[in-house]
Design a protein around this ligand. Structure first.
Ligand SMILES: [Zn+2]
Length: 260
């Protein structure tokens, strides 16, 4: 029986490998990057499969740059981190088809999408943009693999958290569709209390915000920024806002603290 199972397992793995769009040599580079290397081998295997399916279903294209196979594979893999353990995984991304990658952050007139705390300026610098209908746009300079630290800077996760948030009511309001076993009141209270705390801090001259103050822009940005921290700087988030960490743990069905 053991022999039969291992034979079946080998056949399944061979079949999956046959479908991979991310060949092993390329995957070795992707899994060695700081964030992906935190996942255990089983998670990495599922990430590679999911990222391959994402590359099959979505268009990842450069604007003003030619993407290398590594860049495409890396972006697809990081894009799959939030949905790794969600039921129906890629269905959470059925509200976008294309992810456009620009070489560097870009400037656009304030008042457009996601101008954040800088709306009083005439122009703002953006590392990523997500809206209801248009492709997701990120810049490679911000998105490329980088050393993990106390603060999270993960533009791919940030923009795709907005897309997850937009699933339920076409509004990025920090209230994604929760699982049946989750308590909406507990979610609301955890996020409201943390959002208010951060806003109070940003208004006080001597207060140092415990997470990126851009999260104080609105509840949608708070969800996207705390999602970045959840996956890439979970200790910072859990120390600053443990109730938010707990809610995100229930929502994403992952516990990144055990990886750090
Ligand atoms: Zn945002």
């Amino acid at each position: 029986m053991l022999k039969l199972l291992s034979h079946l397992q080998r056949r399944r793995i061979a079949r999956e490998l046959h479908q991979f769009h991310i060949p092993f040599s390329l995957w070795q580079q992707v899994r060695a990057t700081p964030l992906i290397s935190r996942f255990d081998r089983s998670e990495q295997h599922r990430l590679r499969l999911l990222a391959s399916r994402l590359l099959d279903e979505k268009v990842i294209v450069g604007a003003g740059m030619m993407l290398t196979p590594f860049q495409k594979a890396y972006i697809a893999t990081e894009a799959c981190i939030p949905i790794l353990n969600l039921p129906d995984d890629l269905d959470w991304y059925d509200n976008w088809k294309q992810l456009t990658v620009r070489p560097t952050p870009w400037r656009m007139p304030a008042g457009g999408v996601e101008t954040g705390p800088l709306t009083e300026q005439r122009e703002v610098t953006l590392a990523g943009v997500t809206s209801l209908q248009w492709p997701v746009v990120i810049d490679w300079q911000s998105a490329q693999p980088h050393r993990l630290g106390h603060h999270a800077r993960q533009v791919i996760i940030h923009e795709l958290a907005h897309k997850i948030d937009l699933q339920v009511d076409d509004a990025a309001n920090g209230f994604p569709p929760l699982h049946e076993d989750m308590d909406a009141k507990a979610w609301y209270e955890a996020f409201k209390s943390a959002f208010d705390d951060l806003n109070r801090c940003t208004r006080r001259p001597r207060c140092r915000p415990r997470i990126n103050p851009y999260a104080a822009t609105n509840p949608g940005e708070f969800f996207a920024v705390t999602s970045e921290y959840f996956f890439a700087a979970p200790r910072t988030l859990n120390t600053a806002y443990p109730a938010v960490y707990e809610q995100l743990k229930q929502f994403y069905r992952q516990d990144p603290l055990r990886r750090f």
